[in-house]
Design a protein around this ligand. Structure first.
Ligand SMILES: [Zn+2]
Length: 326
């Protein structure tokens, strides 16, 4: 899969963009919105390539010229990508100010300069404010692509200055076919289900390393639920590696559990049925707690302590299960 390839469920959205590009009707600021894992960032990158490509054909990036290769590697001098720093959740105001300065300079190679902000909702209030003027009156040739998993979290002042393009989840069948083509053979449907229908997320989960972490995460939860786990040790381990991702998996498994409780046949994760006697309403309430924690973990908190707290609650919540088996 090449970085600039079009994903099959993006055909309609892409055709619209390409036509607008061809007719010079592209907005200065585009907000690409939709759930994580549907390829919004890829589409944004493809749109950037289409505008920077040195031999485009009918609005399509050639994929082979230096400009296209640079865009694919995020090295094009006229493309500025803005994302949270490694290990951080927020896009800082300094990064956005740099972006604004970048757009104000003239382009290196062509007439267009592009900024790509992802996820746009990671901009803190100051960062968002420092972008407003550029959104309102972009310098000549400047174009902005904002990518957002949660557009509702963007300030209305930002949203109202962008044209919005929604990329919803693709039809399930189309996503499964695509996953199979990527080599995720037998587990394609199951992974897609775990990923809530988001194909790129499913593909990422297909990755072996990720699967190993996922297995370990589930075993941790099961051990804690069965009175075997060491709360602090597990909290330390999780906080050192993708704690938010692990919470997402946890939430996904609780959703699976509720489906199981509702009589749906659920195959994964192994051992899930042991949790089936938990009251469904309480499982739902616990999931809401995880959801709040997930948001909370994006802030400046001691992650290990927050995790230890939720694990203690999990132990208390599931204690009746193992005491009953006791
Ligand atoms: Zn090209």
């Amino acid at each position: 899969m090449d970085e600039l390839d079009l994903l099959p469920w993006q055909e309609a959205a892409w055709t619209g963009l390409r036509e607008r590009l061809r007719d010079d009707r592209l907005p200065h600021a585009l907000l690409v919105a939709g759930p994580p894992g549907v390829g919004k960032g890829r589409l944004a990158r493809r749109l950037a390539a289409a505008q920077l490509c040195e031999s485009p054909r009918d609005g399509e990036p050639c994929g082979a010229c230096p400009a296209c290769r640079w865009v694919a590697r995020d090295e094009h001098p006229d493309l500025y990508s803005c994302e949270p720093e490694t290990g951080k959740a927020a896009i800082r105001v300094d990064a956005v100010r740099e972006l604004v300065d970048f757009l104000a300079l003239s382009a290196h190679r062509g007439a267009v300069k592009l900024a790509h902000i992802e996820p746009a909702e990671a901009m803190n209030v100051n960062a968002a404010n420092s972008l407003l003027k550029t959104l309102e009156e972009p310098p000549p040739g400047a174009r902005l692509i904002l990518v957002s998993h949660r557009p509702g979290r963007l300030p209305a002042t930002i949203r109202s200055r962008c044209q919005r393009l929604d990329l919803p989840l693709p039809p399930r069948r189309e996503a499964v076919l695509w996953l199979e083509k990527q080599g995720v053979a037998e587990e394609a449907a199951a992974l897609l289900e775990l990923a809530g229908g988001a194909p790129l997320q499913a593909l990422a989960w297909g990755d072996e390393v990720v699967r190993e972490r996922q297995r370990e995460t589930w075993q941790d939860l099961l051990a804690l639920a069965e009175g075997r786990g060491e709360v602090m040790a597990v909290a330390e381990r999780w906080s050192a590696g993708e704690p938010v991702q692990r919470l997402l998996w946890w939430r996904r498994w609780l959703l699976q559990l509720r489906r199981l409780q509702a009589g749906v046949q659920v195959l994964e994760p192994e051992g899930l049925a042991r949790l089936a006697p938990l009251p469904p309403e309480a499982v739902h309430a616990f999931d809401r707690r995880l959801e709040r924690l997930q948001v909370h973990l994006e802030g400046p908190v001691n992650i290990a302590l927050q995790l230890a707290d939720i694990f203690n609650r999990w132990v208390r919540f599931t204690r009746p299960l193992w005491q009953a088996r006791g």
